[in-house]
Design a binder for this molecule. Structure first.
Ligand SMILES: Nc1ncnc2c1ncn2[C@@H]1O[C@H](COP(=O)(O)OP(=O)(O)O)[C@@H](O)[C@H]1O
Ligand SMILES: [Mg+2]
Length: 278
């Protein structure tokens, strides 16, 4: 990232590990044997996956495979009836959204219609409210310090808007943005808290091809800067362009995992996709 704020997740600003802290493992998030049922439907049936600290992990699979449910469990929107999620070695299975945000997990979520009237900049600033620590802090700050903190957040938000090429629209209502620009705004918003892991649900859906390229380029830049991603995506060109490793879900469990080239060469994957149309 552009500042040193991302270092608390693993190391000090100097880049050295915190004294006494164990060396960070290559695994950032680990989900084990997740089960989610909706009445008689088993949406997740023992799904497990590992998200490394570096790189982009894709989650694909036919309709109804459990992708969205898995995403919701990782994001903290849905609690599994069995299984566990560990982040940085810590059990976060039941941790609420704001707790995950605090630990360094961000998810993109659609700009709610009610927020269309707020400016593009305000929409990004809203993300900082997800950080309960910020609100508590304010109690102990002088008005001058609060002002300085607000200036810092505005600066950060404008910097992110710059990076997604939306800064010139900062004062426009979010409602004027195209579908693709909204996705970029959602990404900027997810980045506001300087996450270690960003969860993206269908980032390319409804985005025009030119903006898809821009979106992918930006995600790859963030990856190079050290942000890890987990992405659910239907557009296989996007999966191929972005993902270092892909998990294929079918019937609520992991069918196989590998590089994009490996999974497309796997006959079972084709069968799973064809099976959905039967
Ligand atoms: N809120 C829900 N209530 C009932 N069934 C659900 C709900 N969400 C998902 N399901 C069911 O769980 C299964 C997995 O759904 P989902 O996770 O949305 O799959 P995907 O995102 O891969 O298409 C499907 O059979 C779906 O119909
Ligand atoms: Mg889905």
């Amino acid at each position: 990232m552009t500042d040193t704020a991302r270092s608390p997740h693993a190391a000090t600003a100097s880049g050295l590990p915190l004294a006494g802290a164990p060396a960070p493992s290559a695994t950032l998030l680990e989900a084990r044997d997740l089960v989610v049922r909706f009445g008689g439907v088993v949406a997740l049936n023992g799904a497990s996956l590992t998200i490394p600290r570096q790189g982009i992990t894709g989650i694909v699979g036919p309709n109804g495979a459990g992708k969205s449910t898995l995403f919701d469990v990782l994001a903290g929107v849905r609690r599994p009836s069995a299984g566990a999620v560990h982040f940085n070695g810590r059990d976060i299975t039941g941790a609420a959204l704001h707790r995950r945000a605090h630990l360094g997990i961000a998810r993109s979520f659609q700009i709610a219609r009610e927020l269309d009237g707020l400016s593009v900049l305000e929409n990004v600033l809203l993300a900082s409210l997800d950080h309960p620590g910020d609100k508590l802090w304010r109690v102990f700050l002088t008005p001058w310090q609060v002002k300085r903190e607000e200036d810092r957040l505005i600066e950060r938000a404008l910097g992110l808007l710059d990076r997604v090429k939306l800064r010139r629209l900062a004062d426009e209502p979010a409602g004027v943005l195209s579908g693709g620009q909204k996705k970029l705004l959602e990404l900027a918003r997810a980045l506001m808290l300087d996450p270690a892991l960003v969860l993206l649900d269908e980032p390319a859906a409804g985005v025009n091809p030119l903006l898809i390229d821009e979106l992918c380029a930006f995600i790859l830049t963030l990856k190079a800067e050290g942000t890890a991603f987990a992405i659910v995506e239907h557009n296989m060109d996007v999966v191929a362009a972005l993902c270092d490793r892909v998990y294929v879900l079918a019937d609520g469990a992991v069918l196989t995992t590998g590089t994009f080239d490996e999974i497309v060469a796997d006959a079972r994957v084709m069968d799973a996709y064809l099976g959905q149309q039967a």
